[in-house]
Design a protein around this ligand. Structure first.
Ligand code: GLC
Length: 755
C-alpha cells in the first residue's frame, strides 16, 4: 500500500474539487484522460509472488498461453523463419503481454557469453569467458560471479533478458563433447562455482537458466538415450549439484534436458520435475524445455514442464499452443495447472527484475570501451583457470633470459580455440582462422583472435620467437633443436552434439610433441582442450599446462602464466584418466551414426561415485587427480582442527606460503566415514582459494554442508547421517592429503534441504 501524506491528500482534494470548474470553462474544456486501469502488479514494492498472483488474475486465457510458448530466434530457411520480434540469430523469444506491462522474453545462449546462432559471422561480436570447465578450475567463486555479471550485462545490453546459462551436468563421461560447458565432476565444486556465475548473471535483472536437468552426460544419442540411475545415487551426485546451485543462486529458470531418465523424457518426467525439483526442493521458478526436448502437451505440462522453447522449430508440434488449449478444453490438463505454468513465468519476470528494468534496445555492437573493460574480466578468469599439471626442474615460469623460443602448433600464432555448439560466442575482431570444418552445425570451429605467440613475443623483445604450425613433426623438431625453449600448443575441438571418439589428441599432435621433446628437453606442452586428454609423451616433456578453451583474452592469459607474471593457480575440476579402460564405461554408449537409436546408459555402474570417487572406490590411479595443480611457489598446511556440534562440522587450518614469491593455493577438505558405507571413501566437503605473499599465513575456517556427511534415505525421504567416526582430511588435491583428523557424529535424520 503506497503511503499518502495528508498534504498530498489535501492537494489532491483541492484539485479534485477544482476539476468540475476547470472542465466547464470552455477555454480549458479538454478530455481528462481516463485513468489507466490499476496495474498493482507493476508495484515493485510488492513481492514477486504477490505480483504474479495479481498479474495472473488480470490475464485472459490466451495471454496465459502467450507466456508459456516460445519461438526460435534464428532463420532456418526454407523450413523456418524466426519470429519477427526475436533478436536475429538468437536462441529464442516468447511474446509479452503489453496490455499488462509484461515484457517479451528474449533468450540468448549461454555460459561463456552472448552467443550467435546459425553461423551468422560478425552479427554480434561479444566477449567470451573461458569455458565453464576453466572457470570451475579457478576454484574462485568471486571470479565466476564477476564473469557472470559481465556476460549478463552484455546480454542485457544486447537486448536479452533470459540467458540460457548455468550448465552443471557432472562429468561422468570424459569424452562428452559438452564437458567444456560445465563445472566438473564434483557436486559441491560444480554447485558453488555455477551458482556464483548464475548470481552474477542475474545481478543484471535478467533470468539465468540452470541446465540441462538432468543426467545429460553425453551427446551421442542425446535426443533419445535413457540415462538410468537409482533415486539415491542421482540425489547424491548430479541432482545434488543442481540442488546446491539452486539454493545458492535462485536461478529463475531450469532447462530440462533432451535425454530420458529411467526411460522417461526429462521434460515429461514427473519424478524429476514435480517430485524432486518443485516438491522436494520447493523450486518457484519455471521449467523450460531444451530446444526440441518437448514431446507432448498435457503429458509434459502435467509432469511439470512450464514453457515450450522454440516450439515451432524443433519439436514435432507446437505442443503448448493449440494442442494444450485443446487439452485444457478436454480436461486433460487443469486450468489450475495452466495458471501455475503462466504464474511461474510471471514470477520469474518479476523476481529477476526484468519487468521493472525494461531492455533498452538490441544494438549489434557494443562500445569498444565496454569490450576492453570486459576483456580484463575474461582474462582474469582464464589466468586463474590455467592448471600447471607438470613442471620438472622449474622449467616454468619461462626463463626471462631466453633468446630463442619455438612456438609450435595450435594456431598459436593467431589465436586460441573455443568450444562449439549453441554456446558459441563470435569474438570482436572476427575469427582468427578461416575455412575450418565443420562450417555448419555444430560448427563453425572458431579460434579467438588472441595470439599466445604475439603475447609471448611482447615479453621477449630481444628474443627470436619463431612459429611453426606443427603439422610436420620433423620440421617442428628441427626448429625446437635450434631453440632454447620449445612450446607446443596442442588443441582438441569439442562441441555440443558430438562426443570425442577417444581421449587422444587429434591431428597427429602426439607425434609432434614426441618429436619436439626428443629434440629439446626444455619442451612445454600447452593443452587447449574441452576436457581430459591422454598424454603418451608425458614423461618426455618438461612441463604441461592445461589452459582449456581460454576465451577471448586467452592468448594474453596463457603468456602471463607461462612467464610467471601471475602464479599458476588453477586446480583440476575433473580427473584425467590414464586410459578409457579405467572408466565406468570404457566403451562410449551409442553409435553416432545412429542418432535416433534408443539405448540405455547405466549410470548405476558408478552411481554417485563420479570421477575421483570412482578412482578412489576402485583403487585406480588417475593420470592427474581431481584438485591437482602446481604453483610457482610452495604452500604448507598446519593446525588442522575439526569439531562437530550436532550435524554441523566446522573445519579450520593454516595455509602458509613457504616459497619466495606471491601465489594462490586451493586447500581442499575431504570427509569420509571410517566405517565406509558411502559410494566412495571420501567426498569434497569444502575449499578456499587463498592468495598469500611469501611467508604469509592465513587461517581458513569452513563449515561442511551436512548433506555431504549423509546418505540419501529413500524410506525417510531425506538425508541420514550415520553415527560414528569420520575422517576430515586437508589436501592439495584428492590424492595429496597433508593431514587428517577425526570427528565423531551422532546419528541424525535431515530434511531434503539438509536441515
Ligand atoms: C541447445 C542446447 C541448449 C541451448 C539451446 C538453445 O541445443 O542443448 O544448451 O541453450 O539449444 O540454443
Amino acid at each position: 500500500m503506497q503511503r499518502t501524506t495528508w498534504k498530498s491528500l489535501t492537494l489532491a482534494l483541492m484539485i479534485g474539487a477544482a476539476i468540475p470548474a476547470l472542465t466547464t470553462a470552455p477555454a480549458l474544456a479538454q478530455a481528462v484522460p481516463a485513468a489507466k486501469p490499476a496495474q498493482p502488479w507493476l508495484n515493485a514494492k510488492l513481492d514477486a509472488d504477490k505480483r504474479a498472483d495479481l498479474a495472473l488474475a488480470a490475464m485472459t486465457s490466451d495471454e496465459k498461453f502467450t507466456v508459456i510458448f516460445g519461438y526460435f530466434g534464428a532463420d532456418m530457411k526454407p523450413k523456418y523463419d524466426r519470429h519477427p520480434d526475436s533478436r536475429d540469430a538468437s536462441a529464442g523469444y516468447i511474446a509479452g503481454v503489453p496490455r499488462l506491462g509484461i515484457p517479451g522474453q528474449w533468450q540468448t545462449d549461454a555460459g561463456v557469453g552472448v552467443a550467435t546462432q546459425g553461423t551468422r559471422q560478425g552479427l554480434r561480436e561479444r566477449t567470451a569467458l573461458p569455458a565453464g570447465i576453466a572457470t570451475a578450475a579457478t576454484w574462485n567463486p568471486e571470479l565466476a560471479q564477476q564473469g557472470g555479471a559481465m556476460i549478463g550485462k552484455e546480454a542485457r545490453d544486447s537486448g536479452f533478458n533470459v540467458q540460457l546459462a548455468g550448465g552443471i551436468n557432472l562429468m561422468r563421461e570424459p569424452r562428452n563433447g559438452r564437458n567444456f560447458e560445465y563445472g566438473g565432476e564434483d557436486p559441491w565444486l560444480a554447485g558453488v562455482m555455477v551458482a556464483a556465475q548464475i548470481r552474477g548473471i542475474q545481478s543484471n535483472h535478467i533470468v539465468s537458466t540452470i541446465k540441462h536437468y538432468a543426467l545429460n552426460g553425453q551427446e551421442t544419442g542425446r535426443f533419445f538415450h535413457s540415462t538410468n540411475i537409482s533415486d539415491a545415487a542421482a540425489r547424491t551426485s548430479d541432482l545434488l549439484a543442481f540442488q546446491f546451485a539452486i539454493e545458492q543462486s535462485d536461478p529463475h529458470s531450469v532447462m530440462c534436458a533432451y535425454n530420458r531418465v529411467n526411460s522417461v523424457y526429462a521434460c515429461e518426467n514427473d519424478w524429476l520435475l514435480n517430485t524432486v525439483l518443485k516438491k522436494d526442493w520447493g523450486y518457484k521458478g519455471y521449467v523450460m524445455s531444451d530446444w526440441g526436448a518437448d514431446h507432448s502437451s498435457a503429458k509434459a505440462a502435467n509432469a511439470g514442464l512450464d514453457q515450450q522453447s522454440a516450439g515451432e522449430a524443433f519439436d514435432k508440434q507446437p505442443w503448448f499452443g493449440a494442442p494444450l488449449k485443446a487439452d485444457l478444453a478436454a480436461g486433460r490438463v487443469s486450468q489450475a495447472r495452466i495458471d501455475d505454468m503462466a504464474r511461474r513465468v510471471l514470477r520469474a519476470l518479476f523476481a529477476s527484475g526484468a519487468v521493472d528494468h525494461p531492455l533498452a534496445g538490441a544494438p549489434d555492437s557494443l562500445p569498444a570501451t565496454t569490450l576492453a573493460a570486459h576483456a580484463k574480466i575474461t582474462q582474469a578468469d582464464a589466468e586463474e583457470g590455467i592448471v600447471l599439471l607438470k613442471n620438472d626442474s622449474g622449467l616454468l615460469p619461462l626463463a626471462k633470459t631466453a633468446k630463442t623460443i619455438a612456438v609450435i602448433g595450435g594456431h598459436a600464432d593467431v589465436g586460441v580455440l573455443s568450444g562449439g555448439g549453441s554456446s558459441q560466442v563470435y569474438p570482436a575482431g572476427g575469427r582468427a582462422v578461416q575455412g575450418l570444418e565443420p562450417a555448419t552445425w555444430p560448427g563453425p570451429m572458431i579460434y579467438y583472435p588472441s595470439s599466445p605467440l604475439k603475447a609471448l613475443a611482447k615479453r621477449y623483445p630481444g628474443a627470436k620467437v619463431v612459429y611453426d604450425d606443427g603439422t610436420d613433426p620433423a620440421r617442428a623438431a628441427k626448429l625446437a633443436a635450434e631453440s632454447e625453449l620449445a612450446l607446443v600448443f596442442a588443441d582438441q575441438w569439442t562441441t555440443e552434439s558430438w562426443d570425442v571418439a577417444t581421449l587422444d589428441l587429434p591431428k597427429n599432435q602426439d607425434a609432434t610433441i614426441e618429436a619436439v621433446a626428443a629434440a629439446n628437453k626444455k619442451t612445454v606442452v600447452v593443452l587447449i582442450t574441452g576436457g581430459p586428454v591422454l598424454m603418451p609423451w608425458l614423461d618426455k616433456v618438461g612441463a604441461v599446462v592445461e589452459a582449456w578453451f581460454p576465451g577471448t583474452a586467452g592468448g594474453e592469459a596463457i603468456a602471463r602464466v607461462l612467464t610467471g607474471e601471475v602464479d599458476a593457480t588453477g586446480r583440476l575440476p575433473v580427473s584425467f584418466p590414464k586410459s578409457v579402460a579405467d572408466l565406468p564405461r570404457p566403451k562410449l554408449d551409442g553409435d553416432p551414426k545412429k542418432p535416433e537409436e534408443l539405448f540405455d546408459i547405466d549410470y548405476d555402474i558408478e552411481g554417485a561415485a563420479v570421477g575421483y570417487k570412482w578412482y578412489d572406490a576402485k583403487k585406480i590411479e588417475p593420470l592427474f587427480a581431481f584438485g591437482h595443480g602446481l604453483s610457482y611457489t610452495t604452500f604448507a598446511y598446519s593446525n588442522l582442527k575439526a569439531s562437530a556440534a550436532g550435524d554441523k562440522v566446522t573445519v579450520s587450518f593454516d595455509v602458509k606460503n613457504t616459497g619466495a614469491r606471491a601465489g594462490k593455493d586451493v586447500p581442499q577438505v575431504y570427509v569420509g566415514p571410517k566405517a565406509g558405507g558411502w559410494e566412495a571413501p571420501k567426498r569434497l566437503a569444502g575449499f578456499k582459494k587463498v592468495s598469500l605473499a611469501p611467508g604469509a599465513t592465513q587461517r581458513v575456517s569452513l563449515t561442511v554442508d551436512p548433506r555431504l556427511l549423509a546418505t540419501w534415505d529413500g524410506k525417510a525421504h531425506g538425508w541420514s547421517i550415520a553415527a560414528g567416526a569420520y575422517d576430515v582430511s586437508l589436501g592439495a588435491s584428492s590424492r595429496v592429503i597433508a593431514s587428517t583428523v577425526e570427528v565423531t557424529l551422532a546419528a541424525k535424520a535431515l530434511s531434503v534441504a539438509g536441515k
